[in-house]
Design a protein around this ligand. Structure first.
Ligand SMILES: [Cu+2]
Length: 474
């Protein structure tokens, strides 16, 4: 009784606070219990003598002294990322969760602190690389970084507005990247979702140096960056969103990608990484507030019978935006939202814009904003505009200079043909819902390159733009 009352009060606070809950979600809500006892904390809340911070420093220096052939050494751990990391597909989140978990165990042994929990870096709150990671003769410093202690990651990528947008994605794939046949597929499957494609890639690219490459775990900040990505995944689940249930996801095994604290190789199954609570840890932000469901199916299947395609190759530079025209929009919109004039569209259909075969050149120098049908698009067009779809950044896609991988297809990882998918449902609703007289047969997807620095350059070639309807699978 007492317990129920407490939950009721929490719910009321959340609802009156105007947060993310909607009534239909609320009525189906189950409350998940916190079973885990280990807590990962935000690095900026730790004092200089905090046991987790001291243990991390100790672990890093011990691991750096070990020979590279030792699987528990610093350089061996970084090479695991280079050899096996999945990027631009749905194995991205579970693989990195497993990677952090094994690394944390190695740190416990190396530091002699069995209570050690890996801290995370919440770059939404603190956009600079934390002060403890700077300074000469500091094991947490990496001199290859291209920024300094004052540099701030872009608000547009890591700020609350973008993060809230990402945490409200209905589909797992929009959130955590798209289905692929393997962790490093050679069949072209997979595409970047919003968490990977914007804040994740941006932080790597913003810090640069080792962090901008596949040996990024060489920089001690890597592990705290990925802990924050992992925390956002846990938060998305807490909001009632389910992870994929398809066996091509849940039964996929990362074979001997990782090792334990004794240096023995281990297999880890994707499906075993679905609930961080069951793995025994929580983030400090999960201690208060609701932990929902999972109540919502998060699988959407593309309906390929109704889609718009433009496969003319196009290029983009910093000089002006590029517009890609798609014909047949009116029909597509009406079939996505058949009840457009009479009632609100249901949540069962979404519309996606897919930009593919992207070859980014000079990828450290710029990122790309995506708009839909904006009349006079330029770099001053506000991203709060209803025509703004989202942004994407790059991570280690253009370098062909890595050695052949032990367990993955490095060439496939570095064939620069990237795909980014954006959910444009809300844009379309805002632009056309109740304004069906505005529906036209042609619609434009627009790309705008934004250099990171004044007078910076941008260059990109891409092969295809599509608009596709996706239907929720029950
Ligand atoms: Cu990463």
């Amino acid at each position: 009784m007492k317990h129920e009352r407490r939950i009721f009060i929490k719910n009321t606070l959340l609802l009156t606070g105007g947060l993310f809950l909607q009534n239909d979600t609320f009525s189906k809500t189950m409350i998940r219990k916190n079973a885990a006892s280990r807590i990962r904390k935000e690095i900026n809340t730790l004092s200089a003598t905090d046991p987790d911070l001291l243990a991390y420093k100790k672990a890093v220096s011990v691991m750096k002294q070990r020979p590279a052939s030792d699987p528990t050494s610093w350089s061996f751990q970084a090479k695991i990322h280079q050899n096996f990391c999945p990027h631009r597909n749905w194995f991205f989140l579970p693989w990195h969760r497993a990677y952090l978990k094994q690394f944390e165990e190695i740190c416990r042994a190396a530091s002699g602190q069995p209570d050690f929990n890996l801290p995370y870096w919440n770059w939404t709150k603190n956009r600079s690389v934390p002060a403890t990671f700077w300074g000469a003769n500091n094991v947490l410093m990496d001199s290859s970084r291209r920024i300094n202690a004052q540099s701030k990651a872009l608000e547009e990528m890591v700020g609350t507005i973008n993060i809230e947008k990402i945490l409200n994605k209905q589909s797992f794939e929009d959130f955590g990247s798209y289905a692929a046949t393997s962790q490093r597929p050679t069949d072209g499957s997979g595409a970047s979702g919003s968490l990977e494609g914007s804040p994740h890639n941006h932080i790597h690219n913003f810090i640069g140096g080792n962090m901008g490459s596949f040996i990024s775990p060489t920089d001690p900040i890597f592990w705290l960056h990925h802990a924050n990505i992992d925390r956002l995944w846990a938060t998305w689940n807490d909001r009632g969103h389910a992870n994929p249930t398809k066996t091509t996801y849940t039964n996929y095994i990362f074979k001997k990608n990782f090792n334990n604290a004794s240096g023995q190789a281990v297999d880890i199954k994707t499906g075993d990484m679905s609930d961080q609570n069951a793995l025994g840890y929580l983030y400090d932000t999960q201690l208060s507030g609701l932990r929902l469901g999972p109540v919502n199916s998060s699988s959407f299947a593309f309906i390929s019978s109704t889609k718009l395609v433009n496969s003319n190759q196009f290029s983009l530079s910093e000089k002006h935006p590029t517009s890609i025209n798609l014909t047949g929009f009116k029909k597509l919109y009406q079939s996505a939202f058949p009840q457009v004039t009479s009632s609100l569209p249901t949540k069962s259909r979404e519309v996606k814009a897919i930009i593919s075969d992207i070859n980014p050149l000079k990828e450290e120098d710029y990122f790309v904003r995506v708009f839909i049908d904006y009349p006079n698009l330029n770099k001053d067009t506000p991203i709060s505009d209803k025509h703004y779809v989202g942004s994407f950044a790059f991570f280690a896609s253009e370098h062909g200079d890595h050695p052949a991988a032990v367990g993955g297809d490095m060439k496939a990882m570095h064939t620069p043909k990237l795909t980014y998918v954006f959910d444009i449902t809300n844009n379309l609703k805002q632009l056309f819902l109740g304004n069906s007289e505005n529906l036209k047969d042609d619609i434009k997807i627009q790309l705008l390159a934004i250099p990171y620095r004044a007078n910076g350059k941008a260059a990109l070639i891409a092969g295809k733009v599509e608009i596709v309807i996706a239907q929720k699978e029950v």
